[in-house]
Design a protein around this ligand. Structure first.
Ligand SMILES: [Zn+2]
Length: 143
């Protein structure tokens, strides 16, 4: 008989960027805010079985300074997408194998600017950074 492991999973999804660009009071960057959907599941032996609720998070897409919002607020934010103002952000991880150095960057595709979000991080920290921002797949670039 093995041990049964139970706990909670979080699944996050970036719903998009909405509203007017606002300057973040933490990182000082001016971007449209990100809405991230965070669904919790209870798992048994790592198999998600029990839905435990969904919350929405409204946050800065760069530093992830964020606050939870309810579903109604999330829907009203997402109904105001401000399509006239484009915003495209591409996350990636830079990895230097020899130096065992890893950093998480977000590129502003429209301006070409690379913003370093975190440097000298572990693989699991990089995963957390992606997760909190709702990024599904983050490319690793070997440097
Ligand atoms: Zn910020």
């Amino acid at each position: 008989m093995g041990t049964v492991v139970y706990g909670t999973y979080h699944f996050t999804k970036l719903m998009g960027y909405f509203g007017n660009p606002e300057q973040c009071s933490i990182c000082g960057r001016t971007y449209k805010k990100a809405v991230v959907k965070d669904t919790r599941w209870g798992h048994l032996d790592y198999i998600p079985l029990l839905p435990m609720g969904t919350k929405y998070i409204l946050g800065c897409p760069i530093c992830a300074d964020d606050k939870p919002i309810d579903k109604k607020t999330a829907q009203s934010v997402m109904n105001d997408p401000n399509p006239g103002c484009q915003q495209e952000l591409k996350p990636y991880i830079k990895y230097d194998k020899a130096a065992k150095y890893r950093e998480f960057d977000i590129k502003d595709v429209l301006t070409g600017e690379e913003i370093c979000v975190a440097s000298d991080i572990t693989k699991s920290q990089a995963k957390d950074i992606a997760k909190i921002r709702g990024f599904k797949k983050v490319e690793t670039i070997n440097i």
